[in-house]
Design a protein around this ligand. Structure first.
Ligand code: FES
Length: 594
């Protein structure tokens, strides 16, 4: 039972619904559609703007705009929106020598004798070669130590995480020794389980980040977390619950969650704060200050992560403001700190992170690209899931759309959106300012089949792609904003290093979205600098790959910390020319790059 006046979105979330709410409940995205009957509030002006009269008559409402006043029935008609998207789990990374923070030592502890002055703990430490101190042991482990030593006939195996003995067991009992690398993304969470004796991957699992019901982008999450301690806790519990589900899945049939003794996480600044239960409120307000960027190490139990009871969690350090441990992971995995050439790494997400590397400098920035490429704020936008148009081509003057899952199209995802814009530019239907031409303005030689696709959607010019799915003028503006932000960030970083696009030896595309976009089209619309397409490489989920390296090697962990200190954070919005550069970069290139 909810008190009268309870917001329907909030009620659904509290009941465990996975409803989509990309705008965080501000009534601007129109994605939280539900069918409602019963005692609910009247439609708001936001609903009247986003829903047509037929929908309202049919009981379709925006959950975030609806208050409940008594018994009501709610169904989610937009089932495709809940379809699991393709989650990228693999990333390119450097090989590392296995040297984890987790160790196991098997020792024979000398049996007590009257002619010595023994104590069980000191005997154990001496047998392990640590009689000089430097190791600690949680009190519950100490309490069980004497009994265990005797049961095990003084032949024991101690497990250490860093400098702490987290458990002691009989040497006869050989349990798996596992660690988990986690990429906590704003949209998805990926976990990779490793055998820390061999360094081999044991299992991989991924989930959507359950925090997304509080908004698709980090600002919506911050706003929600800042409302109250309870709301912050809800966000923290949601992401921890996802990590726990991943732990259960990767361990299933192989090991027990208690065999996982360390978790290494890579996340952007907001995700790291929220996973730790630290409110990132001031990050959303000028002058945008996070609570911490240094590496965070704590007990898993403090966060509610259900692994070994004394297991540890390590978060990769951040660089500054919104540029967090995931970017450090990308730099580590791609070796951007070690090369001598001019390279660029771009993670195209709701917050586009960009790193520019030259021989002796590393610069990073974050751009508010917005969630357009995730399908939010796009008329028929959706994630890369079944039913999404993910590729658009112009073949012999006709549009060809590829639909994920090969069924009927129900929307368009980010890669399809970039393709569609590139196709419109090549066909001459879109001018460099981003204006979709009317039927009477199109080039005379335009194929009739293309001209016939020009239509309108809600009074807005649109181009029909497949089925009922169209790209509208407003969608194109959203693409311009997103690509303009990333291109402006790229240009400013390169300017700071004194590099021209032609000097870039490699552009690395990181992240789930980057992996699915087509390089030539990303260059054609100006999202990436005008370089030969073969210089653009995909590095996949490099943030997770960086977390893996830090899990498998303490040396790599130190390197990650050194990277975080070394990278120069650039606040692009503080640049005097930023607005001009952004406005220029919102334009589309006039032609194909030469
Ligand atoms: Fe309801 Fe966006 S309109 S969550």
């Amino acid at each position: 039972m909810f008190p009268p006046g309870t917001n329907l979105l909030r009620a659904l979330v509290e009941m465990g619904s996975e409803i989509e709410a990309p705008c965080g409940g501000t009534g601007t995205c129109g994605k939280c559609r539900v069918r409602v009957s019963g005692a609910v509030s009247d439609p708001t002006k936001e609903e009247r703007a986003l829903l047509d009269p037929d929908e309202l008559r049919a009981g379709i409402r925006l959950a975030c705009q609806t208050a409940i006043y008594g018994a009501c029935r709610v169904t989610a008609p937009d089932a495709h929106a809940l379809t699991a998207p393709t989650i990228l789990t693999e990333g390119r990374r450097q090989e590392v020598a296995l040297q984890p923070n987790v160790r196991e030592v098997e020792v024979a502890v000398p049996a007590p004798a009257l002619d010595r002055n023994p104590a069980d703990l000191e005997d154990l430490l001496a047998a392990m070669g640590f009689s000089g101190g430097g190791l600690s042991m949680p009190l519950p482990v100490l309490r069980g130590l004497s009994g265990l030593l005797r049961e095990a006939n003084f032949l024991v195996r101690a497990r250490l995480v860093g400098q702490e003995i987290v458990d002691v067991s009989s040497a006869r009992e050989r349990r798996p020794l596992l660690g988990l690398a986690v990429d906590i993304g704003t949209t998805t969470v990926v976990g990779k389980l490793f055998d820390l004796r061999t360094g081999h991957v044991v299992a991989v699992a991924s989930r959507l980040n359950a925090q997304r019901v509080f908004g698709e982008d980090v600002i919506s999450r911050i706003q929600h977390a800042s409302k109250s301690a309870r709301d912050l806790q809800a966000l923290q519990e949601r992401v921890i619950a996802v990590i726990n589900e991943i732990v259960v899945e990767v361990c299933a049939g192989r090991a027990e969650p208690r065999d996982v003794v360390e978790v290494v996480c890579a996340g952007n600044t907001v995700m790291t704060h929220l996973a730790a239960g630290v409110c990132p409120q001031w990050l959303a307000q000028y002058p945008y200050v996070p609570v911490f960027v240094s590496p965070l190490s704590c007990r898993a139990s403090e966060l509610g992560i259900a692994i070994h009871e004394f297991g540890k969690v390590y978060f990769l350090p951040g660089i500054g403001r919104f540029v967090g441990g995931d970017t450090v992971g990308v730099i580590l995995a791609a070796g951007l700190d070690m090369g001598s050439s001019h390279r660029l790494a771009v993670d195209v997400g709701t917050n586009g992170e960009i790193v520019s590397a030259s021989r002796d400098r590393l610069l990073a920035c974050s751009t508010a690209a917005g969630p357009a490429f995730e399908g939010a704020h796009i008329a028929h936008g959706m994630r890369a899931a079944n039913g999404a148009i993910d590729r658009v081509d112009l073949v012999d003057g006709e549009i060809r759309c590829h639909v994920l899952g090969e069924g009927e199209p129900s929307g368009i995802c980010g890669s399809g959106l970039i393709d569609a814009v590139a196709v419109l530019l090549r066909a001459g239907l879109l001018d460099p300012s981003g204006r979709l031409l009317g039927a009477d303005e199109c080039p005379a030689e335009l194929a009739e089949t293309l001209r016939a696709r020009l239509t309108t959607r809600g009074g807005d010019r649109a181009f029909l792609l497949a089925g009922q799915v169209a790209i509208t003028q407003r969608d194109i503006r959203e693409v311009q904003l997103a690509k303009g932000a990333i291109a402006a960030g790229t240009r400013i970083l390169m300017r700071q290093l004194g590099i021209r696009p032609q000097q870039l030896e490699e552009v690395l595309l990181a992240g789930a979205f980057g992996n699915f976009l087509r390089r030539d089209n990303a260059i054609r619309i100006g999202l990436l600098p005008p370089i030969p397409v073969e210089r653009v490489s995909f590095i996949g989920n490099a943030a997770c790959a960086g977390a893996e390296m830090a899990l498998l090697s303490t040396e790599q962990r130190r390197r990650a910390e050194e990277i975080a200190r070394r990278v120069e954070y650039v606040e692009i919005s503080a640049f005097p020319e930023f607005q001009d550069i952004f406005a220029e970069e919102m334009m589309f290139p006039a032609g194909e790059p030469s």
